[in-house]
Design a protein around this ligand. Structure first.
Ligand code: PLP
Length: 455
């Protein structure tokens, strides 16, 4: 380790608190300091090369060295580095991006509201819906329906919508009225003797029963990721989303498709709702919107929602919500350039074309003695590690096998994300066929070494 990286690592340990980290363990092991990026690869401060198999945090569509995004940011910074969008102020990049997103997203969505993160976007949705329903004279219609293992962020409201114990425990969440339904993951939540169709029917019956018990007039919206990503890459069972849509429509419950990961082609369709055949009233977008070169998220929503909020803002003389950085000109300029690159390079088409090869690569690990399930859709996949394949018994403690796999992966030059004992992959959308083959080769060497490392 160089003197510089030694001192940087020591300074990191002494002066930062990392998100999503066992902080005591971090004090002992120190950080992995990433120094630069090039295409689908990143390099640490000692020059070691890694394929970024998770595209950072499921987000860097165009890879780690896209100069056009740096140029777009520089140009915008010279022209207008900052301006806000409060009280009718505006600027061209945010206007153009809103127009572009309305054009790209499915039919009923006609409006955009910008935030800096997916969590802020989902918090905004909660507040928009409450504000709307108060304005419409139905103040009791406030509850949300979400799912166990759903991920919608970590702020107080979005963290409440999230259905992962690690985001609730000791954070005093959920703090808003939300009901978490059974996770739609057949491998883990399907019951003895139940096939996938019966599983779907049971989940839909549960949704109907919750609506019946709570009263449809108290439930504002259903929120879900088309494919649950951060919960472990969990594609829904066949017919699930069509059923959810039918039930929500029959009960006047809005549908929010949280596409922070699934959006912009990740699943092989422009948006995840198109992959699974449902039409949301609201879509949350972030991550690949700027390839994470700048922090940005967008709430896309339908005209009736806008009209109801606008009416209430007229009544109260304000829509009293917004962030200093809502529609930030540099972030929105970078998003416009990023979306232009995605279109010019046909990266959504690339994801669709490579889906078969990528999914075949993931599923080639299904016979590995430690893999309970190999799954995914589009350019996103996961291996679920188990202690006993026949009984699906998880490792004890949960997470150790994933952490060991992660360490070996790093040694083999592959970064993926271990979610407990689930190994998630979601490479940049610029990947080539050769890159996919190399990712699978490195994953293969990792999996070959894993049994001995766990013994
Ligand atoms: N929604 C989904 C589906 C996500 O995957 C994430 C983050 O991974 C979020 C919301 C929260 O986004 P952020 O981390 O930008 O707050």
């Amino acid at each position: 380790m160089s003197a510089l990286s030694n001192s940087l690592a020591a300074t990191d340990i002494a002066s930062t608190m990392h998100p999503y980290t066992n902080l005591r363990q971090h004090e002992a092991t120190g950080p992995l300091i990433i120094a630069r990026g090039d295409g689908v690869r990143v390099y640490d401060d000692r020059g070691k090369e890694y394929i970024e198999g998770l595209a950072g945090l499921w987000s860097v569509a165009v890879g780690f060295s896209e100069k056009r995004l740096a140029d777009a940011a520089y140009k915008q910074m010279l022209q207008l580095p900052y301006y806000h969008t409060f009280s009718s102020k505006s600027h061209e990049p945010s206007i153009r991006l809103a127009e572009k997103l309305v054009e790209m997203t499915p039919e009923p969505l006609t409006r955009a509201f910008f935030t800096s993160s997916g969590s802020e976007a989902n918090d905004t949705i909660v507040k928009m819906i409450w504000f709307m329903n108060n304005g419409l004279g139905r103040p009791q219609k406030k509850k949300f329906i979400s799912r166990v293992k759903g991920y919608h962020g970590i702020t107080v409201a979005s963290g409440s919508l999230t259905g992962l114990p690690g985001n609730h425990r000791d954070f005093d969440l959920p703090a808003i009225p939300v009901h978490h339904l059974t996770c739609p993951h057949f491998y883990r939540f399907g019951q003895e003797g139940e096939d996938e169709a019966a599983f779907t029917a049971r989940l839909l019956a549960e949704l109907e029963a919750v609506i019946e018990a709570e009263g449809a007039d108290t439930i504002a919206a259903f929120i879900g990721e088309p494919l649950m990503a951060a919960g472990g890459v969990l594609p829904p069972p066949a017919g699930y989303w069509e059923g959810v849509e039918r039930i929500c429509r029959a009960n006047d419950i809005l549908i929010i498709s949280d596409e922070v990961i699934c959006g912009f082609g990740r699943l092989g369709t422009p948006f995840g709702c198109q992959k699974y055949n449902f039409t949301p009233d609201i879509i949350t977008l972030s991550k690949q919107i700027t390839s994470s070169y700048m922090p940005l998220a967008a709430v896309m929503f339908s005209e009736p929602i806008y009209q109801a909020i606008a009416d209430n803002s007229a009544k109260l003389n304000n829509f009293g919500h917004g962030f200093t950085a809502s529609g930030h000109p540099v972030a929105t300029a970078v998003a416009l350039e990023n979306l232009a690159i995605i279109e010019e390079k046909d990266l959504m088409g690339n994801a669709a074309r490579l889906e078969e090869k990528f999914q075949a690569g993931i599923r080639s690990f299904a016979d590995h003695p430690l893999v309970g399930e190999a799954r995914g859709a589009g350019l996103i996949g996961a291996l679920e590690l188990v202690a006993d394949k026949a009984t699906k018994r998880p490792f004890d403690p949960v997470g150790r096998a994933g952490a060991v796999a992660n360490r070996i992966g790093h040694e083999e030059g592959l970064i993926f994300r271990s979610i407990g004992d689930q190994l998630a992959l979601c490479p940049p959308m610029i990947v080539t066929e050769d890159d996919v083959a190399e990712i699978m080769a490195r994953l293969g060497r990792t999996m070959d070494r894993l049994p001995a490392a766990l013994a």
